[in-house]
Design a protein. Structure first.
Length: 344
């Protein structure tokens, strides 16, 4: 490699990545520190519990690892101030010296703590998907499942992603043009929290102001006026019209004209639209519009396909031919298998 080309080799071909990610490194910064392990493991456990707990809401409240990024910074700096700096040796490690406090809390420790937290909220998906299977068995089928069986199911489905990541690493991780927009948000936040700036308003100060304003506003739709979560003006105007309820309801209908003033509702399923690039949002919107506002109205009201008007326009239940709810538990035996005699 010719001198001067090393920086060009490290730069990403994607402009957004070049503007966000640094190509320099400080190998002298301590990484595997005591405070990193303590805060990281605690963050992983806490994120796992909170996201599973809030996943049962109608609009799931997903606590991302960005929250841990903000909260772990003062925690790390606190431990850096109170932990003893005295060095000691451990049996089996020879003359190597260890310390509970090797120096100031640094960005590398911060990144590893966030990786721990990211694993705690199912790698960006909020709660563990397989927990829903255990919930369905207990809540809807009223059957028992042992703790070990449920735990094994959840663990195997969660670590399955590691296997796919390893198999696809050559194609979705290593190529420089395969970038992940959501990761850039975290990188920007790391730089804002650790880099010193001489601007009129630093990024960390701007972030703090935004955080306080966001937290203050959330108390309004979250606690005082939950109706702001989904405002369906069609439903308010035409209270007694079934068709208007089907068109305007954001919960049991198409949500036509409905809007929300609750950010947790906006980002509850597809995550924050501020993270995804515009082309990804436009791609989802076009498909959503064609399906929800063209295909469904035509097949439901226009063609009455498969006698669709007998059933709710939007529901997760199964129904019989006359529109009543189907009793699924009546055709399932003790082994969760189809009872052909009962089904017939």
């Amino acid at each position: 490699m010719e001198p001067g080309n090393e920086g060009e080799e490290d730069n990403s071909p994607v402009e957004q990545v070049r503007m966000t990610v640094l190509t320099t490194d400080d190998p002298t910064l301590p990484v595997w520190t005591f405070r990193m392990w303590v805060i990281g493991i605690f963050s992983c456990a806490l994120m796992s519990f909170l996201n599973q707990f809030f996943s049962y809401r109608t609009e799931p409240l997903i606590i991302t690892s960005i929250t841990v990024q903000v909260a772990s910074l003062p925690a790390g700096r606190l431990l850096a101030n109170i932990l003893p700096e005295k060095k000691f040796r451990l049996p089996g490690f020879g003359d190597r010296l260890f310390s509970l406090n090797p120096g100031p809390f640094n960005i590398k420790e911060h990144v590893l703590i966030s990786i721990f937290a990211n694993a705690g909220y199912a790698f960006g998906n909020g709660s563990a998907y397989a927990v829903g299977i255990v919930n369905i068995i207990k809540a809807f089928y009223h059957r028992r499942i042992s703790f070990f069986a449920g735990w094994l199911l959840i663990i195997t489905t969660q670590v399955l992603g590691y296997g796919w990541a390893g198999l696809m690493r050559k194609y979705v991780v290593e190529p420089a043009h395969m970038w992940w927009p959501s990761t850039l948000v975290q990188v920007s936040l790391f730089r804002a929290l650790h880099e010193k700036e001489e601007n009129r308003m630093s990024r960390s100060k701007f972030f703090l102001i935004t955080l306080i304003c966001s937290f203050t506003w959330y108390t309004i739709p979250g606690y005082f006026f939950p109706t702001l979560t989904s405002i369906s003006w069609l439903c308010y105007i035409f209270k007694h019209s079934v068709t208007a309820q089907q068109l305007g309801s954001g919960m049991k209908g198409l949500g036509l004209g409905a809007f929300s003033l609750d950010w947790s509702a906006v980002s509850s399923f597809l995550f924050s639209p501020l993270i995804s690039p515009f082309f990804a949002i436009a791609n989802i919107f076009v498909g959503f519009f064609l399906f929800m506002y063209v295909a469904i109205p035509v097949t439901y009201w226009g063609l009455d396909l498969y006698s669709a008007k007998k059933y709710p326009i939007f529901s997760s239940h199964l129904f019989t031919g006359n529109g009543t709810k189907y009793d699924i538990s009546a055709i399932v035996n003790q082994n969760f298998e189809l009872d052909k005699a009962a089904y017939a």
